[in-house]
Design a protein around this ligand. Structure first.
Ligand SMILES: [Fe+2]
Ligand SMILES: [Fe+2]
Length: 248
């Protein structure tokens, strides 16, 4: 009797099945994706198959010169409500427009790119296109989320007790980053992201991106050649978002 297949073997079967459906084009997953599943090499692709280099047929197709709004619609849409709800709360609470933009984009890495160290990745992705205070606030909201500030009614999130356990201890770099942020002139801007982040998960509320189009227009420096086609220090990150499974 054949031994039952491992989860990895079954995943490989599924991939090969998908490959057939995609007309012999092999779409590799990044090593980062596979690392924790025990597949620690780049592996081989089926002989004769070409590897994907170009638009991914499984994803919504993007215009040639994509804007931030195109990325919301084509890449962030499945999880964008968290961002939209946070931004609406910031607007209701009377935050300045550029901070509404910061709330709109604060978890852009989580919803479109990568979870680990999401504040840092998000800030880097946005830095060339937003006011320095906005990207700074996004970078540090990740660590400030772990530290209460009674002066603005921000407590350690209940959800974190469940997500990470009551005995979770923060790594040293988080303490160091907190200390740095706490004494910075933009501390309160980053803290405001946390304050407007906390109560914004509501599955019944549907916020439309259109509400923020004007704010995006005024505070996001959209490159005319399209995000990813420009040569900013973050252009490659937008290209990866657009075509996340390109072989190289
Ligand atoms: Fe976050
Ligand atoms: Fe968030």
């Amino acid at each position: 009797m054949a031994t039952p297949k491992t989860a990895i073997e079954m995943a490989d079967d599924l991939e090969h099945h998908q490959l057939e459906q995609l007309g012999e084009q092999y779409i590799a997953k990044s090593l980062l994706f596979n690392l924790a599943d025990g597949r620690r090499s780049l592996g081989t692709h089926p002989s004769g198959a070409r590897m994907l280099m170009g638009e991914d047929p499984r994803l919504p197709q993007m215009p040639e010169r994509p804007t931030l709004i195109d990325f919301f619609e084509c890449r962030f849409a499945p999880s964008q409500q968290h961002l939209l709800q946070s931004a609406r709360l910031a607007l209701t609470n009377g935050l300045p427009e550029k901070m509404v933009l910061a709330c709109l984009l604060h978890d852009v890495a989580v919803v479109g790119f990568i979870r680990a160290d999401h504040g840092y990745w998000g800030a880097q992705l946005l830095e060339p296109y937003v006011d320095e205070e906005v990207s700074w606030a996004i970078r540090f909201h990740q660590v400030l989320r772990f530290f209460p500030d009674e002066s603005v009614g921000y407590a350690y999130p209940e959800a974190y007790l469940q997500m990470f356990g009551e005995d979770y201890e923060l790594p040293e770099y988080v303490h160091a980053a907190y200390k740095l942020a706490r004494n910075h002139k933009w501390y309160m801007s980053s803290r405001m992201i946390c304050v407007n982040d906390l109560y914004s998960f509501d599955p019944d509320v549907k916020v439309e991106l259109g509400e923020f189009e004007d704010i995006i227009g005024r505070h996001f420096k959209q490159p005319p050649e399209g995000l990813g086609n420009d040569h900013s220090p973050a252009a490659h990150m937008w290209r990866t978002l657009r075509r996340p499974c390109n072989a190289l």
